[in-house]
Write a protein that binds this ligand. Structure first.
Ligand SMILES: Cc1ncc(COP(=O)(O)O)c(C=O)c1O
Length: 496
């Protein structure tokens, strides 16, 4: 169905064959930006176009991308300092990942059919068991992070045979946007309350007493624990907050004592990003019951995720003939061939090229550089937090008038107590991109920082390019940055 009142004539004139006028892959390669915007407006999401272009993005198309660099169609070379929001530890189009996929295709390997066992699934499960500590031996491979989280939650529920009804998550958390994972997400990521799974409550992130209180509140009339799982990110990538070792070990003890399934969500932080293979692995001997991974697990090419469970937990939940198909092999794209082969290669690269060490090498340049800038611009940088190749910069400053404007705004996006933070951070992102060809990201919820998170294939020279651009940007002062941003008509639609 078409809602666009005035589609271009070529869309309306059926060709002589009588076939509908479908666009081909070849045509996409030549499609002008205007046409892409029009098609998005008509068939994808009109407001997405307005929002992105308002903030200076989506105004050009990408030709290709390699390593840490994006090349636009109009010839710009942009330093991608987003790390693909966790997806690109290997950078764009890593040659070994491309080769593994090409090989899979050229040999005409098979994607589907669960009745033929897959050597790729077998090998990936084996390799994860080799790399993860303790008896984290049993893997499940869906496609997205949210599916891995929900798979882990179902596993925990089934482990208790449906006898426990409560699940706890932290107030600081992001676990995905499906109905289940969304209801376990505590941070202000959503402006609309969708229904969720039952029995959910939140504890304060990193606060063991708060967890104990939540567990105590969830005892049944006979004093039995009713909590089947606790879900937490050991390092919260959306807020750059980290659990202390003491908290994580205390949580492990509590979960063991109460037989609660402890799930660590490392969907963002896995594969070296914060300086250890998984963030929790910097604490020797600490083993959750389940860990989730995705993003760079697919090497930047494959949409694959996993949960890996401790063997006794998995066996109790699913290891019977009646339950064997309940979770693991039942979804269409579970363990799809090329996706799994890609993940296998991605994991091997992360280990052979020592991605944790690469993240630590990046940190040795990035962390002191950001600290120097924080001291140099105390009125603009309120805080810098992070680990490895994942840093957040919390900005402040700009005219306080914006706070008043937000209070007085009649409604819409402008009536937002975090308006000033959002606008100044967008102004900096905009200047970095437009004037210095450095791409950073910022989640528009006002509580998340501006993120500096290069791919792990980035070298110190790329970190220096970023630091130099960031220094030059901040040196202009927040008011001038804001004026340039507004002149660009960037926020003209905010009050709409
Ligand atoms: C920690 C964490 N958990 C879960 C998810 C959800 O993953 P996906 O977007 O692939 O569903 C994300 C995504 O950003 C994440 O960072």
């Amino acid at each position: 169905m078409t809602t666009d009142a005035t589609p271009p004539p070529s869309d309306t004139t059926p060709p002589a064959t009588g076939l509908p006028p479908l666009i081909t892959v070849d045509e996409c390669e030549e499609m002008p930006l205007r046409r892409v915007h029009d098609l998005y407006r008509s068939h994808v999401n009109k407001s997405q176009v307005s929002l992105m272009t308002s903030f200076g993005f989506g105004r050009e198309l990408v030709s290709h991308a390699e390593g840490s660099w994006i090349h636009t169609r109009d010839g710009r070379r942009v330093l991608d300092f987003t790390g693909g929001v966790g997806v690109l530890n290997h950078g764009h189009n890593h040659p070994r990942i491309l080769a593994a996929r090409r090989r899979f295709q050229e040999q005409r390997r098979m994607e589907v059919h669960k009745t033929y066992f897959s050597p790729y699934i077998a090998a990936l499960g084996h390799n994860l068991a080799q790399l993860l500590p303790g008896d984290l031996n049993m893997s499940f491979f869906p496609n997205s992070g949210a599916e891995a989280v929900e798979g882990a939650v179902k596993l925990a529920y089934k482990y208790h045979g449906g006898k426990r009804q409560q699940i706890l998550h932290a107030d600081i958390s992001f676990h995905g946007k499906l109905l289940g994972s969304g209801s376990l997400t505590g941070s202000a990521q959503s402006t609309f309350a969708f229904p969720g799974i039952p029995g959910v409550s939140a504890f304060r992130y990193g606060d063991l007493d708060s967890v104990r209180e939540s567990v105590a509140a969830a005892r049944d009339a006979k004093g039995r624990c009713d909590v089947y799982a606790i879900l937490i990110e050991p390092f919260s990538a959306s807020t750059m907050t980290e659990c202390s070792e003491e908290f994580l070990r205390g949580l492990r003890e509590l979960c063991t004592a109460e037989d609660i399934v402890l799930i660590f969500d490392e969907i963002y932080t896995g594969w070296g990003k914060t300086g250890s293979l998984f963030h929790f692995m910097r604490h020797p001997g600490l083993v959750p019951d389940v860990v989730t991974t995705s993003k760079s697990f697919g090497g930047g090419k494959s949409s694959i995720s996993a949960f890996v469970a401790r063997e006794p937990v998995f066996r109790q939940a699913y290891d019977s003939l009646g339950d064997a198909m309940l979770q693991s092999t039942s979804t269409t794209y579970y363990g799809f061939g090329e996706e799994t082969a890609t993940a296998l290669e991605a994991v091997n690269i992360a280990v052979e090229d020592d991605y944790p060490a690469r993240a630590r090498a990046i940190e040795r340049v990035l962390a002191p550089g950001l600290e120097r800038l924080r001291k140099q611009y105390p009125d603009i940088i309120a805080d810098v937090r992070g680990a490895g190749a994942l840093y957040g910069i919390f900005l402040d400053g700009g005219p306080r008038m914006l706070d008043l404007a937000a209070k007085l705004a009649p409604g819409g996006l402008a009536r937002d107590p975090l308006l000033r933070t959002k606008v100044i951070t967008c102004a900096v992102v905009n200047a970095m991109y437009q004037e210095h060809d450095v791409y950073m990201y910022y989640t528009l919820n006002g509580r998340s920082p501006l993120v500096a998170a290069p791919s792990l294939v980035a070298g110190p020279e790329e970190v220096e390019i970023f630091l130099d651009a960031f220094d030059k940007t901040l040196a202009r002062g927040m008011n001038r940055l804001l004026a340039a941003f507004l002149k660009d008509k960037a926020v003209s639609r905010w009050a709409a």
